[in-house]
Design a protein around this ligand. Structure first.
Ligand SMILES: NC(=O)c1ccc[n+]([C@@H]2O[C@H](COP(=O)([O-])OP(=O)(O)OC[C@H]3O[C@@H](n4cnc5c(N)ncnc54)[C@H](O)[C@@H]3O)[C@@H](O)[C@H]2O)c1
Length: 348
């Protein structure tokens, strides 16, 4: 396996070091041939060279089996240009249309909800990752004046909506699930989300064994807090998926716990923790590396190494169960020490 590693900025560097530690350990324990190539793309690199990524950057990424990213974002680059080119750019250029975000509580004690536990928080969100309001189509007229007009278009295509909804149903069948819930705002957004309604019904008809339900996104946000146990698979658009997966992160114990994949099935895909670069925590050995480590497990799973992925998850669960964690989830260890513990606990 050839993996490109972009540690990026802030705590991205701290948590990536631990994910790399775990991948090296997986390679040793399971005899997997894993080659890691570090790419320097980051705010530091941009500020030193003026380059966000090289002209052949996306082609270079395509030459790897997968890409691992820590986090991008630095106050010295206020317009976030490097992050847009590297992360959003890769999502669009590599056509990574599936944003895959499992929300699984690994220990009852991490649940912020009263009287809820592992059985209640175990679902997967599929967020459309290449369309919606994030395509940056629009403009500002009379910017900076009191007459300013700002337009940001939401793009929904039949192809884009169809492929993410179909992916969600196929995943449900593959995992033995029985329910898929689609969330939109078709009561208020009557053009674009009418397309989501139509396509959802069309695809659901091909999966008679799956109960297909619909919720408006505002109701779904409420139910994620009141009754998360009702969900198995959720599929939604780019913006709504972005927001509700942060709720998902909170249900798992915090942003430091949440993992994600940006996937185009069968092609080079990109894996990253859900959190950002958290500049105030950077370099202090305090960031929780578990979201990054679980993202490396998603990468192994997606590349077909399911027992290796399960072993990584099992070692993370053991670390939580025995309190070998960073302070954000109640432990007393540093980033590196948590990585060391998980690496040592990882067995076949
Ligand atoms: N995918 C990405 O690379 C990504 C995602 C979100 C934000 N960002 C960027 O990151 C920068 C900071 O953004 P933000 O502060 O809104 O979000 P953030 O995720 O960096 O931090 C939000 C909060 O969560 C905490 N946190 C996050 N990750 C943690 C971890 N691993 N361990 C312990 N605590 C953790 C932080 O202390 C902070 O309080 C910005 O430049 C933003 O654009 C990048």
């Amino acid at each position: 396996m050839n993996i490109a590693v972009i540690a990026g900025d802030g705590i991205g560097k701290d948590v990536t070091a631990e994910a790399v530690k775990i991948l090296s350990r997986v390679s040793k324990v399971f005899g997997l041939d894993i080659t890691l190539e570090r790419l320097p793309w980051s705010a530091d690199h941009y500020l030193q060279t003026g380059e966000t990524l090289p002209a052949n950057g996306y082609d270079l990424l395509r030459s790897f089996d997968a890409v691992f990213v820590g986090a991008l974002g630095d106050p010295r680059v206020p317009d976030n240009r490097h992050a847009r080119d590297i992360l959003l750019g890769a999502r669009f250029e590599l056509d990574l249309y599936v944003n895959y975000r499992p929300v699984r509580l690994l220990d009852d004690r991490l649940c912020p909800l009263k009287d809820r536990g592992r059985a209640d928080v175990n679902f997967t969100v599929f967020r459309e990752n290449t369309e919606g309001v994030y395509v940056s189509i629009g403009g500002r007229f009379k910017a900076g004046t009191e007459d300013e007009v700002a337009i940001q278009e939401e793009i929904n295509t039949y192809k884009g909506v169809h492929r993410i909804i179909r992916h969600a149903f196929a995943f449900a069948v593959d995992r033995g699930h029985t329910k898929v819930c689609m969330a939109d705002k078709s009561n208020a957004m009557q053009q674009g989300h009418a397309l989501w309604q139509r396509v959802f019904k069309e695809v659901a008809a091909d999966y008679p064994g799956i109960t297909a339900t619909h919720q408006y996104i505002d109701a779904l946000a409420m139910f994620l807090v009141r009754d998360p146990a009702q969900y198995q698979v959720i599929v939604t658009n780019n913006l709504f998926g972005d927001i509700i997966t942060d709720i998902g992160g909170a249900l798992q114990g915090g942003l430091g716990m949440a993992a994600s994949g940006n996937i185009h099935p069968g092609r080079t895909s990109l894996f990253e923790p859900v959190h950002g670069s958290a500049p105030p925590l950077a370099g202090k050995n305090v960031a929780n590396p578990m979201g990054a480590i679980l993202s490396s497990a998603l990468m192994l799973e997606t590349l077909g190494h399911t027992s290796e992925a399960a072993a990584v998850e099992g070692a993370v669960e053991a670390a939580i169960a025995t309190g070998q964690t960073t302070t954000d989830i109640g432990g007393g260890l540093g980033t590196r020490e948590v990585g060391d513990w998980i690496a040592a606990a990882l067995t076949r």
